[in-house]
Write a protein that binds this ligand. Structure first.
Ligand code: HEM
Length: 495
């Protein structure tokens, strides 16, 4: 796969670009929405409460969907290198998701729907916003989920075809009968196929739960006489939302397995430990969402124990194996610290730190204190912004750098890094400190010391956005500089 990034004719490149460009465009817009919210919590921007909550709804749902779309594009492209998959079907799935995104935009910006996407039933039906906006929001999410499920079916079928069914795709014989497996000349699937299989299967199961919930909510919207059990609704809501948020990370872990070998000119090896680590994530990611329901005392107690255990077991093995493997790849490889490589390397830090923040919150004795405080946005911003977004940017930069006629200047690399990572650190730290002080999340007006910390965070976020703008300008320059590249120049520059 080492020449994949430079291969202009690699199949599925157009599909990947469509997903990446549209996803990143939405992320760019919603970063500004995030900045506006933090400035409002700081007392610097007068947003009325209904404006704040509709913006929060747009920012939360939009960011998750946008990052999901970016990750889908990248992992689809990597799987497409192993097996034929219809580009038309992938574009149709993308189009359905985009129809949903328009629905969410209309419901929040025009209809001022403000009950978030991880709402508690019956909140969406009890707000100050018009009833139509609740319907448009819910139907928008149904469209997003329809596109997601079509895409998951395609991925699952692709991976199963590529590796000879379920047994081959999960590396069963490689783990349990390794001697005869190796003797017969067979190989386990490449590392990126494990997250590709996982997202196909787990994504489909989560999508089915979301379909059930979506239909129930739309029916209640049409006929309010039809009642829904709130605990059932909460279970399905978090099962879907938490699983999809986790799958974003896992899809991008698949990208690490291709990107870092490219940057280091080394190979990422699949081992038995690696495969078993992925088995734990594939299964336990489906039950770790129970940690969102510790406070729901009507929930059967056994589920709380399962939630605690699966929170640790689903995340730890894969994170340790991936990050350790990645560090070993980089160690003494002589890797050039381009922006692409830097984004990947630091993204792993964000993944690990955000993951630890999540595990702390998922531990019952801490959850009692941190539940619904700003600790929660602290940890998920760390791994979504400081992890996933950096992986996506890293991938885009590696693609651009591998074909550009001139490299990024060192001073520019430093400037972008200092602004982006410095600003990000300040922005994230203030969420953590607020959480530790018990400042509640999702409050348009926060109790002390929330507003002071929000002021510091707003400055950090603004600096980070300036760094991202510079990165955008540099990406544009790299993209333009590939034009007219004479044969052999690329090799001369990139070694
Ligand atoms: C400049 C960068 C960003 C800023 C200033 C920002 C700001 C915020 C703020 C102020 C909140 C509300 C916190 C609360 O009181 O509960 C929030 C929530 C959220 N943000 Fe961000 N954010 C940024 C980037 C991102 C990114 C890159 C992602 C994802 C990739 C993201 C995903 C979310 C999600 C999922 C929520 C939760 C919404 C909910 O509670 O349902 N944010 N953000």
């Amino acid at each position: 796969m080492n020449d994949l990034l430079t291969d202009k004719a690699a199949p599925g490149r157009g599909v990947m670009k469509l997903y990446l460009v549209s996803g990143l465009a939405v992320v760019g817009l919603l970063l500004l929405a995030g900045l506006a919210m933090r400035a409002s919590q700081a007392g610097w921007l007068p947003l009325p409460p209904d404006g704040f909550y509709s913006l929060l709804t747009l920012h939360g749902a939009g960011m998750i969907v946008a990052m999901m779309v970016c990750a889908m594009g990248a992992i689809w492209f990597l799987t497409r290198q192993q097996v034929n998959m219809s580009a038309k079907l992938a574009v149709a799935a993308w189009a359905l998701i985009m129809v949903g995104v328009v629905g969410v935009l209309v419901a929040t910006l025009v209809g001022r729907y403000g009950s978030l996407y991880t709402f508690l039933y019956p909140m969406p039906f009890r707000g100050t916003w018009p009833n139509w906006s609740t319907g448009v929001f819910l139907i928008g999410l149904v469209f997003v989920n329809a596109g997601w499920m079509i895409w998951c079916c395609q991925m699952l079928s692709g991976v199963l075809r590529a590796h000879g069914g379920y047994r081959g795709a999960i590396g069963w014989d490689y783990v349990w009968h390794s001697k005869s497996f190796v003797a017969s000349g067979r190989h386990p699937p490449p590392p990126e196929s494990f997250p590709a299989f996982m997202v196909g299967l787990d994504g489909l199961i989560a999508g089915m739960a979301a379909t059930l919930l979506g239909v129930a909510l739309v029916v209640h919207w049409i006929d309010p006489e039809v009642q829904i059990d709130p605990l059932w609704a909460k279970n399905l809501t978090y099962f879907w939302a938490h699983t999809v948020a986790n799958l974003i990370i896992y899809m991008l872990a698949g990208v690490i397995y291709v990107a870092l070998p490219f940057a280091t000119r080394r190979e990422y090896h699949v081992s038995k430990v690696f495969v078993v680590a992925w088995w734990t994530s594939m299964t336990l990611t489906l039950t770790n969402y129970f940690h969102h329901l510790y406070m729901d005392f009507a929930q059967p107690e056994i589920l709380q124990y399962i939630g605690q255990l699966s929170s640790y077991l689903s995340a730890l093995p894969v994170t340790v194996v991936t990050v350790f493997g990645a560090l070993m790849l980089v160690w003494r490889s002589g890797m050039r610290w381009t922006l692409g490589a830097l984004f990947f390397y630091l993204g792993m830090l964000g993944w690990v730190v955000g993951g630890i923040g999540a595990e702390i919150d998922a531990s019952v004795p801490f959850n009692v204190h941190l539940h619904n405080t700003l600790w929660v946005p602290a940890h998920f911003h760390t791994y979504l912004l400081g992890g996933c977004l950096l992986f996506v940017l890293g991938w885009v930069f590696l693609l651009l750098e591998s074909r550009a006629a001139s490299a990024t200047r060192k001073s520019m690399t430093w400037l972008i890094s200092i602004l982006m990572f410095g600003g990000m650190l300040v922005f994230l730290l203030s969420f953590y400190v607020s959480g530790a002080y018990g400042v509640p999340r999702r409050y348009s007006i926060e109790p002390a010391p929330g507003p002071v910390l929000a002021q510091i965070a707003t400055l950090g976020a603004a600096v980070m956005i300036v760094g991202m703008l510079l990165a955008g300008i540099e990406a544009w320059r790299l993209w333009r500089s590939k034009a007219g590249l004479p044969a052999g120049t690329k090799e001369a520059i990139h070694g």
